[in-house]
Design a protein around this ligand. Structure first.
Ligand code: LRH
Ligand code: MN
Length: 424
């Protein structure tokens, strides 16, 4: 299904008056709205290829219908999102869930939808049917050298796919760890993992980055070999400048101060990027900003402060990706909501009066500092995010247009009810 510019224009016409009134009011409340709108226009969030179908849990999966059956249909679905919000200009592939067979036709199709290929993701947490070795007891940490070699070879193969598609980064998330005390020698597991990562690092092209994603638990429930920011940092520090840490918001122990972790990794120039989502209990992979919008704002507040302190380009110098799984929502509506929540948090962080905040902090005026931050969080910036879409030819209200055009119904018509997308 294709969404035309006419669809967008007639949708926007109906909403324009109300939008312009809100924009005028918002511009009267916030300084530098033009600069903020321009930054929002430049800000692109990569969509995970593994989150375009209905995910499930071990207790069940409730398919929604019209799911993409191939990498081509996944690119079309991300193209739909990008047409609606002009903020989803990249797709992040997961190998072997999305092995590109014909690089040129895949690249041409992506370009047709205005999409780039963001970080490639390897998978050494599932055994492939044709694999000679199992990852049952881990991959890069495994006591068995043959298993480690197989996992290293897979990551190098993923880099090759990425080079062909124009990607410039590899995300490695390792399920490796243990379920019981005594099962693993932590020192040897660390050493095996480091030596294996060094071989993968040496295979990176000069302009590539390696993002090492940490996670506190699942699928291992006693130890995880890259369990937190400190362990990921210790690996990427040893590997070299092309290696950085990836922060998945759902991968922390309860009550972790993620915004402080972000601030430190930025200072160390070891922050590579994000997997945005939200959670209440574990790695719930729910819609970004759905449960903890203030935390998402505080993370972007540290990002804007830390990136400006280093003169970094907000849009280009970090990997902005969503990593979610949709059990009951329409995957495309869920992703539109996540992009919106991320854009709102970024716009709120850009509207913080930094000079006043710095002065309040220098004077230990704790109340004033909180007032400044919460004023930004409590300011409705949605008109700025919508204006950025309007100026870049997208929809003022993407979810509303998605529904009024009956996109899901059309996809079900094209693909059927029982289609199953690869991924989570
Ligand atoms: C692990 C993770 C990782 C992906 C997977 C799909 O929980 O966040 O980023 O490889 O989800
Ligand atoms: Mn992730």
């Amino acid at each position: 299904m294709l969404i035309s510019s006419n669809h967008i224009e007639s949708h926007n016409e109906d909403l324009l008056k109300k939008h312009q009134n809100k924009l005028v009011f918002t511009a009267s409340e916030i300084n530098d709205t033009e600069a903020i709108i321009q930054k929002l226009i430049n800000f692109q969030i990569a969509i995970p290829s593994w989150a375009l179908g209905t995910g499930g849990t071990r207790f069940g999966r409730f398919a929604g219908g019209g799911e993409p059956r191939s990498i081509e249909e996944k690119i079309e679905d991300v193209g739909l999102l990008h047409k609606l919000n002009n903020a989803s200009g990249a797709i992040s592939l997961h190998i072997p869930w999305d092995i590109p067979t014909n690089y040129n036709s895949i690249k041409a199709l992506a370009a047709q939808h205005g999409l780039k290929f963001d970080a490639m993701n390897s998978n050494t947490f599932q055994d492939q049917a044709d694999a000679s070795n199992s990852y049952r007891y881990g991959s890069l940490q495994n006591v068995n050298k043959a298993v480690r070699k197989q996992a290293i070879a897979h990551n190098i193969e993923v880099i090759q796919h990425g080079i062909e598609l124009g990607s410039e980064s590899l995300t490695i998330w390792l399920a490796d760890g243990s379920n019981f005390p005594g099962q693993l020698n932590f020192r040897k597991a660390y050493q095996n993992t480091l030596e294996s990562l060094e071989e993968i690092y040496d295979a990176l092209p000069s302009n590539w980055k390696l993002f090492l994603e940490y996670k506190c638990a699942e699928p291992n429930f006693y130890s995880t070999t890259v369990a937190d920011w400190g362990q990921s940092y210790s690996y990427v520090k040893k590997l070299g400048d092309k290696a950085q840490t990836l922060v998945d918001l759902g991968h922390h122990l309860p009550n972790a101060n993620i915004e402080q972790i972000v601030s430190l990794l930025l200072m160390e120039n070891k922050l590579g990027g994000f997997h945005f989502n939200d959670s209440k209990y574990g790695d719930d992979d729910l819609t970004a900003g759905a449960l903890k919008p203030y935390q998402l704002f505080l993370i972007f507040n540290e990002l804007v402060e830390g990136m400006d302190a280093r003169g970094m380009n907000h849009a280009k110098d970090l990997g902005w990706m969503i990593d979610a799984s949709h059990n009951i929502k329409d995957p495309l509506e869920d992703l539109l909501q996540s992009v919106e929540a991320i854009m709102i948090a970024y716009a709120q962080a850009l509207s913080v009066d930094r000079k006043a905040l710095e002065q309040a902090q220098e004077e230990n005026d704790v109340v004033k500092a909180q007032e400044i931050l919460q004023n930004a969080f409590r300011t409705d910036v949605r008109a700025l995010v919508a204006e950025a879409r309007l100026r870049s030819g997208a929809a003022l209200n993407p979810v509303a247009l998605y529904r009024s055009l009956q996109v899901r119904e059309n996809l079900i018509g094209e693909r059927g009810l029982k289609t199953l997308a690869t991924g989570l």
